[in-house]
Design a protein around this ligand. Structure first.
Ligand code: SF4
Ligand code: SF4
Length: 360
């Protein structure tokens, strides 16, 4: 009776989420020059989400429209990725993930098509092999494109529009000039949606100048070029969305939809966004107690992991409704009439000092 009552209460107070992001692995076969996975080296914790932990998610899938199987890692390296997709699809959830594309063999592509995966995001950092391969080390542009062409061919054979291909282009100062070639590439691989985003978690100070929002003298050049690509994309029925290019210092928003989405990390921790994923602060090196740091506006700050609970021993509803979690979301309410100064004073420091809050 008590259990029944608890279940009812859980349903009544359940969150309504746009998506839940699930970090299925922190393993990666890539070594992108800007990624914490690469830059933290030996400190990085390589983990797989076990399927038993994923099963714990099943009761909560009804609270969300979409499940995105993505965190800091390459999702196709989880041995149970197909089973995880099947679980979500069997429950009618839209399902997707982003990949570096290196493991998209014919067998894998056929399985993903059979499972009717909805979205496959493809990470890019250039539209030519030298640029992309230099930034996204351990991946190969030409192989990526030929894998995507195979995906297109198999979708055409099966007469299916899914998985829809979305291109995720990381804008850096050194690859911006290649972004204009993204539209021919999108057409070649059948992508109907492109998102161009910024480097927001800067761990290595040498990369500070790669973030285009720091290149303030050329803001007009970036803005005009991005708008031109957007217009051209629209005329070709392709959605082109971009972040930035400049910063809005008064902004109290966050790109991460923290009020209607959450991240469940590889260990089951419920986290507001990937930038606060506790996995970033773990260390495998005994005795290394210094937290990893990131750079914000020329200063270095320790990365703070935030977890509001773990689905191994609490329900998502209970975690979502905790006072601390509601309090965390509160300053991100757009309808607030408070002044920007007041909003900032109520935000955790990790959000105050975060480029995503500034629209990047
Ligand atoms: S492929 Fe993704 S997770 Fe892997 S190193 Fe590159 S950015 Fe990081
Ligand atoms: S402002 Fe930054 S740290 Fe805070 S929730 Fe948004 S992305 Fe995460």
């Amino acid at each position: 009776m008590f259990k029944w009552f608890k279940r009812q209460l859980d349903t009544i107070k359940s969150p309504t989420l746009d998506w839940v992001q699930v970090e299925v692995t922190t393993l990666c076969n890539g070594a992108c020059i800007y990624c914490p996975h690469t830059l933290m080296g030996k400190r990085w914790t390589n983990k797989q989400m076990p399927i038993d932990l994923f099963y714990k998610l099943i009761p909560f899938l009804k609270y969300t429209d979409m499940v995105y199987l993505q965190g800091w890692g390459e999702p196709l390296l989880n041995n149970n990725i197909f089973e995880m997709i099947r679980i979500c699809k069997d429950r009618g959830r839209r399902t997707g993930f982003t990949t570096n594309g290196m493991l998209l063999t014919e067998e894998t592509i056929r399985k993903l098509v059979d499972l009717e995966l909805d979205i496959i995001g493809i990470s890019l950092a250039g539209t030519t092999a030298p640029t992309h391969n230099h930034i996204r080390k351990g991946t190969d542009f030409n192989k990526l494109v030929s894998n995507l062409e195979l995906l297109c061919k198999i979708k055409a054979e099966r007469k299916t529009p899914v998985p829809a291909v979305h291109l995720a282009y990381l804008i850096l100062k050194s690859n911006f000039h290649e972004l204009k070639e993204i539209l021919p590439l999108a057409k070649r691989v059948g992508a109907k949606q492109i998102v161009a985003s910024n480097l927001t978690l800067i761990i290595d100070s040498k990369l500070t100048t790669e973030a285009i929002f720091n290149d303030t003298r050329r803001m007009d050049y970036y803005s005009i070029a991005l708008e031109e690509i957007k217009d051209k994309a629209a005329s070709e029925n392709i959605i082109f969305d971009y972040h930035g290019p400049g910063l809005d210092n008064a902004s109290g928003c966050c790109r991460e939809n923290v009020r209607h989405a959450c991240v469940i990390n590889v260990e089951g921790e419920v986290v507001p966004c990937v930038l606060t994923d506790p996995v970033l602060c773990k260390t495998r090196e005994p005795g290394n107690g210094n937290p990893p740091c990131y750079i914000f506006k020329g200063h270095s700050f320790p990365i703070k992991g935030i977890s509001f609970g773990n689905i191994q021993n609490e329900t998502l509803t209970h975690i979502w409704n905790k006072k601390e979690y509601s309090g965390f979301r509160e300053p991100f309410k757009p309808e607030l009439t408070k002044s920007p100064e007041q909003i900032l004073s109520e935000m955790p420091q990790c959000c105050v000092k975060c480029y995503k809050r500034l629209g990047a």
